[in-house]
Design a protein around this ligand. Structure first.
Ligand SMILES: Nc1ncnc2c1ncn2[C@@H]1O[C@H](COP(=O)(O)OP(=O)(O)OP(=O)(O)O)[C@@H](O)[C@H]1O
Ligand SMILES: [Mg+2]
Length: 456
């Protein structure tokens, strides 16, 4: 039994039957949940507007607005908490419909106490993990910028999103192609369904077919289980084919077929499956050149490029740079508890002169490093020099390839130590004193990162 004061989670019960509400409340409160109730769909919406719970138990059959409508209304308003539906016995059709609309779980009456408790626990744990990840990845969900280039991009997104048309997003690395793909899904009528992302460059060629289209059990060595492909998983929703320029000829042929006929053929399956999927693709590659070289199919290009969207390079909208810096400073302050810092005018002016080959991603990484490494609350041009000059510029380039926070920490630690050692003429004793660490520790770190004078 839960101890008093435990926060197991907050649950909203929506049911027009008082006896059901009462018994659910008793079960949940006994386990340490905080419980709120609503007697109808419209009062549930009002409750959620005052503060969203971490899970909703929602009755399907209610007068006025039924449970499925309430579920859709939540999603339309952007509430993403898990919803667990309650229905009458044997109502398989509704169960399928609810799952398709994004319900987390489904219970039949009469309710079984243990099933409900396990379902709620899973729902809240998953939800908490998801929101933590979202925060930890610092992924902004909106495109920032007020320049004509960004306004134009937004206008194109707004026009394309409501249609079922295939969109091809092109632009340099780090310009927000993934943000565009997500925005298109979010602004489309499919927003309540899944958004399935496939990074075509990251999946080995021999696996990509079964990743995209699925496979039958035993269809090839190692296929010990049946696998659902991403196209089927995206049914009713959007599939995002990222780095689409990196697909092999064979995969291109299969994707083309999926787009032409709206059906996919799992590896080793006798029959193909009809799918209803909206396709958004992205690449930083020059597809026209690849077509000329014979490495990308022209017919696939035209299928994908129904609505072309181009994300501008940062150097084409430098007027947005101050807003972006501000945005990332605040964002890191919120998500990582970094102390917010300000930038001097000359620091901003200097940033505008950098080449920005890594575009907004590079700017974002630089802001993070400055928040960690710059010694004062106000960041000057010199602080930026210290991080971007000479040999260290290469390190800044390679930062773009880092994946985990740990890699980033190690990288920035190495960078910092290099900088400090240089500053103190490679005098280890002085450097150690200045950065307030034992000399033995500094030696250990230099060893760990293979830092020697040549690196400077
Ligand atoms: N206009 C923008 N506003 C806010 N953040 C942005 C913007 N453009 C890019 N970013 C951020 O920069 C990073 C890179 O963006 P994204 O992953 O969408 O780039 P990409 O174009 O897909 O790059 P790649 O070709 O390398 O995959 C992300 O953290 C993203 O949130
Ligand atoms: Mg990308």
């Amino acid at each position: 039994m839960a101890k008093e004061g435990d926060n197991q989670g907050t649950v909203l019960i929506v049911d027009d039957e008082e006896s059901i509400r009462d018994s659910l409340r008793m079960i949940l409160e006994f386990e340490g949940y905080r419980v709120d109730e609503a007697v109808s769909g419209s009062s549930a919406l009002a409750r959620v507007a005052e503060g969203a719970p971490e899970a909703v138990l929602l009755d399907v059959k209610m007068p006025e607005m039924d449970g499925l409508e309430v579920l859709s209304a939540f999603r339309e308003r952007g509430y993403e908490m898990p919803v667990l539906m309650i229905s009458g016995h044997g109502d398989v059709r509704t169960a399928a419909d609810a799952t398709r609309r994004g319900a987390f779980d489904f219970f039949e009456k009469p309710l079984q106490r243990d099933k409900v408790l396990v379902g709620i626990r899973n729902a809240i744990d998953t939800y908490r993990l998801k929101s933590e990840n979202r925060v930890a990845r610092h992924e902004p969900d909106e495109l920032i910028g007020a320049s004509p280039a960004l306004e134009g991009l937004r206008a194109t997104i707004a026009k394309a999103a409501p249609t079922p048309a295939t969109v091809l997003v092109r632009g340099e690395s780090g310009t927000g192609k993934e943000l565009v793909a997500r925005a298109i899904h979010r602004l489309s009528p499919r927003r309540d369904r899944s958004f399935v992302q496939v990074n075509c460059a990251a999946i080995p060629d021999e696996l990509i077919e079964s990743e995209l289209f699925g496979h039958e059990k035993g269809s090839f060595t190692g296929a010990s289980r049946k696998q659902t492909g991403k196209f089927v998983a995206a049914h009713g929703g959007t599939i995002f084919l990222d780095e689409v320029g990196d697909m092999s000829a064979r995969t291109q042929a299969k994707v083309l077929r999926a787009l032409q006929y709206g059906e996919v053929e799992p590896v080793g399956a006798a029959k193909s499956i009809k799918v209803d999927v909206r396709v958004v693709a992205a690449t930083h590659r020059d597809l026209e050149q690849e077509i000329e070289d014979g490495t990308f199919r022209e017919d696939l290009f035209y299928r994908l490029n129904v609505v072309p969207v181009r994300t501008p390079a940062l150097r084409e909208h430098l007027e947005d740079l101050p807003i972006l810096v501000d945005y990332f400073v605040n964002r890191y302050a919120e998500t990582s508890n970094y102390k917010p810092k300000t930038f001097t005018q000359s620091a901003i002016d200097h940033l505008k002169t950098l080449p920005w080959k890594g575009n907004v991603r590079e700017l974002k990484n630089l802001v993070e490093r400055l928040l960690i490494l710059a010694p004062n609350d106000e960041i000057s041009k010199e602080d930026i020099f210290a991080l971007t000059g000479g040999a260290k510029a290469e390190i800044s380039e390679s930062l773009l390839a880092l994946k985990t926070l740990r890699e980033f920490r190690e990288h920035s630690e190495k960078l910092f130590l290099l900088h400090q050692l240089e500053l103190h003429g490679w005098n280890v004793t002085q450097t150690a004193q200045s950065i307030e660490t034992p000399r033995s520790n500094l030696y250990k770190k230099m060893d760990q990162y293979a830092i020697s004078r040549d690196d400077g």
